[in-house]
Design a protein around this ligand. Structure first.
Ligand SMILES: NC(=O)c1ccc[n+]([C@@H]2O[C@H](COP(=O)([O-])OP(=O)(O)OC[C@H]3O[C@@H](n4cnc5c(N)ncnc54)[C@H](O)[C@@H]3O)[C@@H](O)[C@H]2O)c1
Length: 339
């Protein structure tokens, strides 16, 4: 890496911070020089593993590291506070999803950074998974024609029993849970693939009584393009393989062809009047088909080239508004148009 590489401060040292740190190893032009978390021991452990510094407080981290950007990887209830601290110093921000615990706080965080002209990218890495990049390319070159239907069956299979979600136990207390925490990734990915969403109809259930929020959701999306999407999700069905790479399988159908995505990121394609065959493409290395590396590289590229982020605060609010429309639809049991 060149000496002019941007030097970041990572906040949070939990489950996803370690995935992000691993991904930062493969990013060009930027890296993490230090880490700060409420739990100093956790931060020190990651710092040792990645040869970076751990700090006991925000002030110490800012003073000693003098970071060029802030990478927020804490739970959503602390995102706004750190975004404000960073924005007040004029430091660019990469902030994990969900932006904040409510829509109002999410809007406020985005507005705070915008008012100070501080670059803000929401760290939405799902759309950067290699298979979705490839699908976008396939749509772009016309292999599917006009896409009129997309379906995703999400079945990570990790949400059953008295102690579900061992990798992220805080899921048990989250309410709302499934659409707010996990479904948001598909809402954003569907928007990436097929454009903006006009309206939704949604149903939610809690299957595992051991958790506070919903763990099943079926959402029907009407895209502005006229296409229809279904996100058919639960985390309770038994799966022989838990938390497979894609978290499930997908179909996409268009006037000129259709495709299927399997649990390992393989795509099978059928042209109209043809036969199905594997659509071979290079699946990028790294967590979930290079998703974390892709998103973090996009953040650094945006900063160094002055280019807009695909998931800037303002852009990502379009995804967030769909999340809350899903809950409104589930509560009122009617179609809700996105504001
Ligand atoms: N993009 C993805 O695919 C993906 C996957 C998992 C988690 N996430 C997101 O990443 C974020 C973190 O999730 P996680 O699974 O790592 O959670 P976690 O509970 O495993 O880790 C959270 C970390 O933040 C620290 N922390 C908590 N409050 C803090 C505060 N006020 N100040 C400083 N440190 C604080 C904790 O000590 C811990 O180190 C969440 O927003 C979550 O939604 C994203």
């Amino acid at each position: 890496m060149s000496s002019s590489a941007l030097n970041g401060l990572l906040i949070g040292a939990g489950h996803f911070a370690s995935i992000q740190l691993e991904a930062w190893q493969s990013v060009n032009g930027g890296s993490i020089g230090g880490i700060f978390s409420l739990d100093l021991e956790e931060a020190e452990k990651l710092a040792r593993r990645y040869g970076i510094r751990a700090y006991a407080s925000w002030d110490e981290a800012i003073e000693r590291l003098k970071p060029d950007f802030i990478d927020i990887c804490t739970p959503p209830d602390s995102h706004y506070a750190y975004a404000k601290l960073a924005a007040d110093l004029g430091l660019p921000i990469l902030c994990q999803k969900p932006i904040a615990p409510t829509m109002e706080e999410s809007e406020a965080l985005v507005a705070y950074c915008a008012a100070r002209h501080v670059p803000l990218m929401i760290n939405e890495n799902w759309r950067w998974q290699g298979w979705y990049r490839e699908m976008k390319r396939m749509i772009g070159v016309g292999m599917l024609g006009i896409v009129y239907h997309v379906y995703f069956a999400m079945r990570p299979g990790d949400g059953w029993g008295d102690a579900p979600y061992s990798a992220q136990p805080y899921f048990r207390r989250m309410n709302p849970f499934l659409i707010y925490e996990t479904g948001i990734h598909w809402i954003d990915t569907f928007r990436f693939l097929l454009g903006d969403i006009h309206s939704v109809y949604s149903q939610v259930r809690t299957i595992n009584p051991a958790i506070a929020g919903e763990d099943l959701a079926v959402v029907h999306f009407n895209f502005k393009s006229g296409a229809i999407g279904i996100y058919d999700a639960n985390r309770t069905s038994y799966m022989e393989q838990e938390r497979c790479d894609t978290y499930g399988y997908m179909t996409m159908e268009g006037t000129e062809g259709k495709l299927r995505l399997d649990e390992n990121g393989r795509i099978r394609y059928t042209p109209r009047n043809g036969t199905e065959s594997e659509h071979v493409y290079p699946i990028p290395a790294g967590w979930k088909g290079g998703g974390a590396i892709g998103a973090q590289q996009h953040f650094i590229d945006g900063l160094t080239r002055g280019e807009p982020f695909e998931s800037s605060g303002e852009e990502y609010m379009k995804t967030v508004r769909v999340v809350y429309a899903c809950y409104e639809s589930a509560a009122k049991q009617r179609i809700v148009t996105i504001p």
